[in-house]
Design a protein around this ligand. Structure first.
Ligand code: HEM
Length: 454
């Protein structure tokens, strides 16, 4: 079998569909999967040849078994790297490996225990301001609120209390605007000339420079003060390369910090938002979560050691990321010719691992569109095909923040779900907006009320 013999979307069709692809790539890709099968050849945007797959074996081959043959696509370096520098998410090869080895131990589950207090502190403040918002009796966009809480969690986990309110707002605004611009650049490559001519590239470069300046200030202040904190910045400052015994230089510290900021909040915020949405549709799950928290923890804030006890809540989060994977797609480029299961993968072709498609595939998930958290019980997990569920990616480039993200989502939901009664605003329709991450288009408006007993 070669590339001609795997099903191929006719080129004219990819061109015809390119406008719809920009608007709603998930509808196009899922329709293709239905028509052409789990692995097929296509042209992204009618231009770039690609193999797209929802086949868990294929995905495992690319991300793990033969990962050396697959580099991240130029999107990661050229576009993201231009604004975000050369950090874990945007680097490759030897440099990436050295950085990953250096930083990985800092994200070990046990090392994260120290962040529980920081996260609980952010949640205390959030609850106080959320209560005030609720008192105004207006619908609340849960998407906006989860973005705020996740941003504060990553900011304080990086810098503890060093960072002031005003600068936090500035950083948050700048990073959001840069991310939105990046999404437009990636989806509308044909507008590149216009983005430059109209001064948009320059404007966003200025925002990036401003954010760099704020972050550098904190790095320098921490270094000079000699004050040690139990946070991620301290971990980055203290990390030493195995070969030289040296730490990172200032530019490296800046790049890695910025990448953690960017990679570390929108994804978690989206996962939390989709979970609220699903819970609003499944009151029986809310009852079970509340019961589990009362039984396992009581009414104090959860501590790190409590988190493994929250089995059902964790299943809900996992099922939510199956239905709505925040990182809904990822891509690589084949460095050399390769084969998987008789399929030729020619050098230079884009290989798209369609995470959303794998998560919705009836090959792996009976009744795939149904919300069934019990799919992720200990017993059921053992039966899942490897790489059929990969919200955090897989192989050596598995998300470094996966434990951090699980921990913040568990803590946030364990504190917020028992406190509030909530429902979707009447008539609220929910539409997918797959940009760099999968978010709800125009947010999700809900009504909240402080529940009985709080
Ligand atoms: C629900 C939340 C999250 C999801 C769904 C998610 C998903 C992912 C995925 C799928 C990748 C791999 C991308 C690829 O293979 O091309 C990734 C990489 C990465 N993530 Fe996350 N992530 C989340 C939260 C976080 C957090 C909280 C942090 C930091 C605190 C973080 C930092 C990173 C970094 C630095 C990488 C690049 C790792 C490398 O290439 O070595 N992520 N993430």
């Amino acid at each position: 079998m070669n590339i001609q013999t795997i099903p191929a979307v006719p080129r004219f069709k990819t061109i015809l569909n390119s406008a719809r692809f920009v608007r709603n790539p998930i509808s196009v890709l899922s329709e293709n999967t239905e028509n052409y099968g789990a692995t097929y050849h296509t042209y992204i945007g009618g231009v770039f040849p690609a193999i797209l797959s929802t086949d868990a074996g294929f995905i495992q081959h690319v991300l793990q078994k033969n990962h050396r043959n697959y580099k991240k696509s130029p999107i990661h370096f050229e576009k993201l790297g231009h604004f975000l520098g050369n950090g874990l998410l945007t680097s490759d090869g030897e440099y990436w490996l050295r950085q990953r080895r250096l930083i990985q131990p800092g994200f070990h589950r046990d090392r994260l225990a120290g962040l529980t207090d920081i996260m609980n502190g952010v949640l205390d403040d959030f609850i106080a301001s959320f209560d005030r918002r609720i008192a105004q009796r207006q619908p609340i966009d849960i998407s906006e609120n989860m973005l705020e809480v996740a941003f504060r969690i990553i900011a304080r986990s990086l810098f503890s209390t060093d960072v002031g309110e005003e600068e936090l707002e500035k950083l948050s605004g700048n990073i959001t605007r840069i991310q939105e611009f990046l999404a437009r650049q990636i989806r509308q490559p044909f507008k590149e000339g216009w983005f430059r001519l109209s001064g948009q590239v320059r404007r966003h470069e200025k925002l990036a420079a401003e954010s760099d300046e704020i972050i550098l200030k904190y790095i320098r202040e921490r270094k000079e003060s000699g004050n040690k904190q139990d946070d991620l910045l301290q971990m980055l400052l203290d990390a030493r390369y195995e070969d030289t015994g040296e730490g990172m230089n200032e530019k490296q510290l800046l790049d890695e910090t910025l990448i953690l900021f960017v990679a570390g909040h929108e994804t978690s915020a989206n996962a939390l938002t989709w979970t609220w949405y699903l819970l609003s549709q499944h009151p029986e799950a809310v009852v079970k979560i509340r019961r589990e928290i009362v039984e396992k923890i009581g009414d104090r804030p959860p501590e790190f050691a409590d988190l493994p006890k929250l089995e059902y809540l964790t299943q809900v989060i996992e099922e939510s990321m199956r239905l709505y994977p925040p990182a809904w797609i990822t891509d690589r480029v084949a460095v050399d010719d390769d084969q998987y299961n008789g399929i030729d993968i020619p050098k230079g072709i884009a290989v798209v691992t369609y995470i959303y498609g794998a998560h919705h595939s009836p090959d792996y998930w009976p009744e795939p569109e149904k919300f069934i958290p019990e799919r992720f019980s200990k017993e059921n997990k053992k039966k899942q095909a490897p790489f059929s569920y990969l919200p955090f990616g897989g192989g050596p480039r598995l998300c470094i923040g996966n434990n951090f993200a699980m921990m913040e989502m568990q803590l946030a939901l364990a504190r917020l779900v028992p406190r509030y009664d909530f429902r979707l605003v009447e008539g609220q329709s929910v539409e997918l907006q797959p940009l760099i991450t999968l978010r709800p288009k125009d947010g999700i408006r809900m009504r909240f009320q402080i529940g009985a007993g709080h």
